[in-house]
Design a binder for this molecule. Structure first.
Ligand code: NAD
Length: 379
C-alpha cells in the first residue's frame, strides 16, 4: 500500500479564503494526510479550528517555530514531510526559508515573498537543499491551461506575436472608498502584503500564465497604476505593457476595482497560424481560432488532449471539474516529486516562477514610480 504523504498547514484557518481549497485539493487524489500545523496565530482559534475539522490536536502547534522545533525531534518517518504556507504574504519568506533549511518540502502560496531579494535568498537556500518547492499559481493546474501550454509547445500557433491577459476583480470597491474600511484588509497594508496590492495579488497570476503557457520569458515591462485616493499607498488597478522580443508583445490588465467583476482571469495568445483563448470563469473550454476555419472548442478528458492535460482530469468528459481539481493537480505533481517518481515540468510552478513573479512585481512598481518607463525584468 502506498503511504500517504504527511502534510502540515500554516495559515488557512476557518476565517481564511484559501485554506479550504488547499485542504480539499490535498485529499482529492488520495496522496496526503493532514497531520497538523498552525492554522491561526490565536491559540483558541487555532485549536478550535483543528477540532472543528476533526484533526487530532497533538500536532497542532502554538506557532510556526514550535512546529519546526517539535517536528524535528520526531523520527524522520513520523515527521511532517510537506508544509503548505497559506498565510498573508509577509510570512511566506521567513517560513519557507526555515522550512527549506530544515529539510521540509514546501508548497507556498503566491506571491512567493515580499521582495525580489528575498526570492533570490530562497532560491539559494533551495539549491543547497534536497527539498521540493512548489508555488501555487493555481490556474496552471486546469486541464485546458495545460493543453494550451502543450499546443503552443507543439507549434499550433506558429510564431507567437501577441499576448493579452486580463485579471479583473471588483471586490476592493466595497472597501476602498472608505478610509476606515480600507484598514480591514491586510492586502492594503504594505507591512503584510509587501509593496503592492493588485499586482502582487492577481497581476502576478496573469504574468505567470504568460510564461507558463508560452514557455517564453518577458524581457521588459511598462506599468501604469491607479490608487484612486492620495492617502491609499497601494495599487488597486495596474496595466502592464509587456515585451518578450521586438515582435512579440502583449499586455497584462489587472484590476480590483473593475466593478461587478468576480474572478475574471482570461488569456488570449495569437500566432501567425492561429489563436488560443481561455477564461477562468468558464475553464472547461479552450477556444482555437484560425483565419480560415471555424472556431474549434476543446474540452477536458477527450483523447485529443495532451498527456499533461489528460493527467489533470479524473472523470469522463462532461463532468465539469473546477478550481479544487486544478489545485489538486498541483498537489498531485508535488506528491510525485516527493516520492521520487517521474513528473512533467508543467505539473507545478517552481522556485523559478516565484523569482520571475517577484521581479515582475518589483519592476512594475519601479516602472510606475519612475513615470511609466520601460524596465528590464531580472532572473
Ligand atoms: N493561489 C491563489 O489563487 C490564491 C487565492 C487567494 C489567496 N492566495 C494567497 O494565499 C495567502 C492567504 O490568503 P487568504 O486570502 O487565504 O488570506 P486570509 O486573510 O483569508 O487568511 C490568512 C490565514 O492565515 C492565518 N495566519 C495569519 N498569521 C498567521 C501566523 N503567524 N501563523 C499561522 N497562521 C496565520 C490567519 O489566521 C488566516 O487563517 C496569501 O498569500 C494570498 O496571496 C492565493
Amino acid at each position: 500500500m502506498v503511504k500517504k504523504i504527511k502534510l502540515g498547514i500554516l495559515g488557512g484557518g476557518g476565517d481564511s479564503l484559501i485554506g479550504v481549497l488547499h485542504r480539499v485539493a490535498s485529499f482529492i487524489n488520495d496522496d496526503y494526510e493532514i497531520i497538523g500545523g498552525v492554522f491561526n496565530p490565536v491559540w483558541e482559534e487555532n485549536i478550535g479550528f483543528a477540532k472543528e475539522i476533526g484533526l487530532p490536536t497533538n500536532r497542532i502547534y502554538k506557532d510556526f517555530d514550535t512546529l519546526v522545533h517539535e517536528e524535528l525531534k520526531l523520527p524522520e518517518n513520523e515527521r511532517i514531510q510537506v508544509v503548505s504556507i497559506l498565510t498573508p504574504n509577509f510570512l511566506h519568506f521567513p517560513m519557507a526559508k526555515k522550512l527549506i533549511d530544515s529539510g521540509f518540502h514546501v508548497i507556498c502560496e503566491k506571491p512567493m515573498t515580499t521582495t525580489f531579494d528575498e526570492a533570490k535568498t530562497l532560491e539559494s537556500a533551495l539549491k543547497k537543499s534536497k527539498t521540493i518547492f512548489a508555488l501555487t499559481h493555481t490556474y496552471t493546474g486546469y486541464p485546458m491551461v495545460r493543453q494550451m501550454r502543450e499546443m503552443i509547445k507543439s507549434g499550433t500557433l506558429g510564431k507567437i506575436h501577441k499576448i493579452d491577459v486580463q485579471y479583473y476583480q471588483g471586490w476592493i470597491n466595497k472597501l476602498i472608498h472608505d478610509s476606515e474600511k480600507r484598514k480591514t484588509t491586510w492586502r492594503l497594508d504594505p507591512e503584510k502584503s509587501g509593496a503592492s496590492c493588485c499586482v502582487a495579488d492577481i497581476g502576478v497570476h496573469a504574468f505567470n500564465l504568460i510564461e507558463f503557457t508560452t514557455g517564453l520569458e518577458v524581457k521588459s515591462i511598462l506599468a501604469d497604476f491607479n490608487y484612486l485616493y492620495s492617502d491609499n499607498k497601494m495599487d488597486i488597478d495596474a496595466t502592464m505593457l509587456v515585451r518578450i522580443s521586438e515582435h512579440v508583445k502583449g499586455i497584462v490588465r489587472s484590476s480590483q476595482i473593475a466593478t461587478g467583476e468576480e474572478n475574471n482571469l482570461a488569456i488570449s495568445i495569437y500566432g501567425d497560424k492561429g489563436g488560443l483563448k481561455w477564461e477562468q470563469e468558464n475553464p472547461n473550454y479552450l477556444y482555437i481560432l484560425s483565419d480560415d476555419k471555424p472556431m474549434q472548442v476543446y474540452k477536458p478528458g477527450h483523447a485529443y488532449n495532451s498527456d499533461l492535460s489528460l493527467d489533470g482530469t479524473k472523470l469522463p468528459p462532461g463532468h465539469p471539474e473546477g478550481i479544487f481539481d486544478s489545485m489538486s493537480n498541483i498537489y498531485k505533481g508535488v506528491a510525485r516529486a516527493v516520492r521520487g517518481q517521474k513528473y512533467n515540468s508543467g505539473e507545478f510552478p517552481t522556485m523559478k516562477d516565484g523569482v520571475r513573479g517577484m521581479s515582475f512585481i518589483e519592476k512594475s512598481i519601479e516602472s510606475n514610480s519612475k513615470g511609466n518607463i520601460w524596465v528590464e525584468l531580472k532572473n
